[in-house]
Design a protein around this ligand. Structure first.
Ligand SMILES: C[S@@+](CC[C@H](N)C(=O)[O-])C[C@H]1O[C@@H](n2cnc3c(N)ncnc32)[C@H](O)[C@@H]1O
Length: 231
């Protein structure tokens, strides 16, 4: 299965970004511009929306950051109960207030360090651009836990930069290091998952999985991986 590799239309990106405007005109507009440009340039969200379409299972968004997926789902007419968790308490607070502003009644957020605790959940799971911040062992634990959460018809949607010695792998590592050095990403990347490790986890659980490149116009080695129990 291939996915839509175009980003969201700029108008949709701006509508979502509006929820991240400061309450007073002198407040910081950093999140607003970040969200607007990220959504208008990254093919991630249309790919994930495609992958989740047709399922009404509640969604756990692991490492949710500012909770952009909750906004993208809402604007796409997918009204799933959404629970986002992230280690960054400041981001979670901003995600919470933007979701309230956009009246996302079904969205909830909490702080959690996934290397130490994995929330309980039953339904679909999204793990978008997060695995590389966990050790190989923590990744295995998280994947096994996420697989155990899948209910019939639910989906496990992962975007990951897969381990690769090529040019794309090199640019991915540089991009992640840059995000860490500039302070945008407090965590430094620890381990990039391999295709083989992910396939082994899915095969052990008898899941069907589809791997599709999601490079868009970026130089990064991003793949969208969708796994589910066979029907
Ligand atoms: C590249 S961002 C992706 C955010 C979001 N998934 C998205 O696609 O917009 C990676 C996120 O993983 C979070 N993260 C990193 N290490 C974590 C950990 N140990 N536990 C929970 N979240 C973590 C970061 O705080 C950050 O928000």
């Amino acid at each position: 299965m291939s996915h839509d590799t175009r980003p969201l239309p700029r108008q949709r990106a701006t509508e979502i970004a509006n929820a991240f405007l400061p309450e007073r005109f002198w407040g910081s507009r950093w999140d607003y511009y970040y969200v607007r440009e990220k959504l208008a340039s990254d093919p991630l969200y249309p790919g994930v929306l495609d992958a989740l379409r047709g399922s009404s299972a509640p969604l756990l968004d692991i490492g949710c950051g500012l909770g952009l997926l909750a906004h993208a789902l809402h604007r796409d007419g997918q009204s799933l109960p959404y629970h986002g968790v992230d280690i960054d308490a400041a981001k979670i607070a901003r995600a919470h207030s933007a979701a309230q502003r956009a009246k996302l009644a079904q969205a909830e957020f909490a702080t959690a360090d996934l290397a130490r605790e994995i929330p309980r959940h039953a339904g679909s799971v999204a793990i978008l651009d997060v695995l590389q911040y966990l050790s190989a062992e923590a990744q295995r634990r998280l994947l096994d836990a996420a697989i155990a959460m899948l209910t019939p018809g639910a989906r496990l949607v992962i975007r990951a930069a897969l381990d690769d010695d090529g040019r794309r792998g090199h640019y991915t590592r540089l991009g992640d290091r840059f995000a860490h050095l500039t302070g945008w990403m407090p965590s430094a990347p620890k381990h990039y998952p391999s295709t083989e490790a992910l396939r082994a986890a899915f095969n052990n659980a008898a899941l069907q999985a589809n791997f599709a490149p999601l490079f868009g116009r970026t130089p990064f080695n991003h793949w969208l991986i969708v796994a589910a129990r066979p029907v």
